[in-house]
Design a protein around this ligand. Sequence first.
Ligand code: KMH
Ligand code: ZN
Length: 277
Amino acid sequence: MQPLIITCAITGAEVTRQDHPELPITPEEIAQAVFDAWKEGASIAHLHARDADGTPTQDTAIYEEIIREIRARNCDIIVQVSTGGAVGMSAEERMKSLDAGPEMATLTTGSVNFGGDIFANDRTLIETIAQCMQEKGVRPEFEIFDLGMINNALQLIRKGLVSQPYHFDFVMGVPGAIPAEAKHLLHLIDSLPTGATWTVAGIGRAQLHMAALAIPLGGHVRVGFEDNIFYSKGVLAQSNAQLVKRVVEIADILQRPIATPKQAREILGISPLIGKN
Ligand code: KMH
Ligand code: ZN
């Protein structure tokens, strides 16, 4: 089994300081939270940017500042930016994060109900973002909120817009999308192209359960405040790092080693970080 890649989704676009008083918002806060999560065993940081007042933004300069702050901490974590942004953003706005020089980025391959909103990703938008990533040499992670999105991802592969190795993230438990249940996870895994790797991001209380399922199944795990702010029922997690630490503890019990960023880059087909690994 591959060593376990842990992604930490630090901030997201939906959670507010009202929801969690320690939500990282400024580039410094986000970078420090990434550093702390990396220290605990995360090898990918999934990043969203916020304005000074906490509003989601895809502003290139803010992403650049976050990345600069991460590297200033001598942290070799894989930087994965969001191209999902927030509901309602245009494709042009969403792609601005790709100009900040990330190694990896998310790519949602279909539209989905997203709570009371619609996260709209029509075919033209998906292909436009995929092409932009290909031109910039940014590795995509397919964000799969529902089964049909795997079909759309396969279409991109057939069109030559994404090359191997393929990596998928199953986001499970968003209200309006695929429920976070074991039978659905098994079906998603079964629907992947041969050799693809996968991560699961359970939403809310499903974060823990889906992580615990993924580890013995040979998948990878995403945790963090973007998807879940609680440690247990009614108890807020102290930090993103605390959520990462718990996954490492479970993996340890199940005797699955944790991937370093260097190992994660090898698995995901990402070039070594110059001067680091
Ligand atoms: N904020 C969601 C609407 C991604 O990062 O690519 C989209 C999202 C997915 O978070
Ligand atoms: Zn995201």
